[in-house]
Design a protein around this ligand. Sequence first.
Ligand code: G4P
Length: 532
Amino acid sequence: MPQSSPNNNKAEIESKRTFAIISHPDAGKTTLTEKLLLFGGAIQLAGAVKAKRAGRHATSDWMDIEKQRGISVTSSVMKFIYQNYDITLLDTPGHEDFSEDTYRVLTAVDSALMVIDSAKGVETQTRKLFEICRLRDTPIITFVNKLDREGISPLDLLHKIEDDLALECCPMTWPIGMGKEFKGVYHLLDNTLHLFSATHKGKIQEGVLIRGLDDPLLDEHLGSEADAFREEVELLQEASTPFELEKYLEGTQTPVFFGSAVNNFGVKELLDTFTKVAPNPKPRQTTTRTVDPHEKKLTGFVFKIQANMDPAHRDRMAFLRICSGKYTRGMKLTHLRINKEIQTRNAMTFLAQERKLADVAYPGDIIGMPNHGTIKVGDTFTEGENIKFTGIPNFAPEHFRRIHLLNPIKSKSLRTGLKQLAEEGILQLFQRLNTSDFIIGVVGVLQFDVVVARLEAEYSVEGRVEGTSYNKARYVECNDPKKLELFKARNENSLALDAEGHLTFLAPNDWHIDRLAKDWPDIRFLSSIEHS
Ligand code: G4P
């Protein structure tokens, strides 16, 4: 039964901003994250990327392997308050090999921040992530980073973004100079210029504030370049695309900010606008009805499972995005897939550097539920109503291997390890119909390294990956049970069940699948499916 009675959480819901940063590796996501956390008072000192090299690590990095490689393997949740806005940043792994996890994180946010390196424009990983955002019409704010280096001219860059992504760009700030001459950014709507000094000893410094183009401080700081800059700004204010909130919220226009994350230029301007315009939690679809965040009863879905968040606790955390209602500590929730009621005494909330027990949480918030393998990505939780949130996809993997055990005695541990890693969404596990052997599939090939490292560290299983003849997988669906049985009988050697019991066809190449689709027109071969 729909539960439409409103709750009293209006103010809390309106203050929520739940977002993710999408970018290509090295564009400056970690650096920008740290600056945002500094503004939010969530950390006191920027660890900065330099410190990453020196052995200290960005707050969002947890696992050894990502420290070794200097990339983010796991996604994390960071919460901070800025000017009465309650902001949750979901970290997305930036490396292209980890896109599956990233896609799912993007299902849990209400908006995204796109970071672009000013010298490089829109890069491959950014484009991929942008496409996922577009599928969901996610509103996007853009930050063009590294203006302190020579890059593409700001106007050319805006055109490039517009052409590359078919997304209208609306400059909100404008850089003063570039490279060695870069001095800061002018806010085109507020007519203000913040001249920050670089983060001094890792802390944010309030800089000089210049109000309007007529402010004599502009001449004092820009010298002979002040007049040329005035002209440029006036031209831009007349000629550039005006910001339209509606278009931004529909995902067809992006407000663009310029800056240098490492120098803290342009970050405050970005954050101030982000908090004002970015959407708070919106209604979400289930298979049967739309859930409004203002409904009284709690609903939510799990978008991520993560192990090893704290080496001291060998637990696995299920991240639940709250979609409606209010969470209070200890409340009973129904885990719909297994139709079981659970009591949520130990759910966690995540601050930048620590996690603690969550007492209350509202729509837009993410809570972490410790679990021992019963919760899976895509699961819905409610106070009893039988609904299922849609839009959390399972992607067909693109790389397939077997694990060759170096010590055969460990086969049980291997099986346990692989099953648990599959529940986290690190890999997909396939059991061939006619054999007992497991094939592991991943979306990005680097994930095999993670699998081997984690099997050894957590399950004491030493293994080596071995190739298979499979390169493609398609989930198989058919409305006609007889045809499906016939298909299964004829193709037994290439069929497997994934961890959730979906019938999957494993093939050497696309050609094989195209051929099959022609031969079996009643059967659907799907490259992604909703979690069951
Ligand atoms: P990512 O998370 O998107 O992968 O990027 P990250 O923040 O780690 O930044 C990647 C590199 O870009 C880092 O340099 C970082 O210092 C640099 N960077 C970030 N923002 C800016 C900026 O505004 N201007 C300039 N010039 N560089 C920036 P690195 O070579 O990995 O380390 P290091 O040389 O800083 O020690």
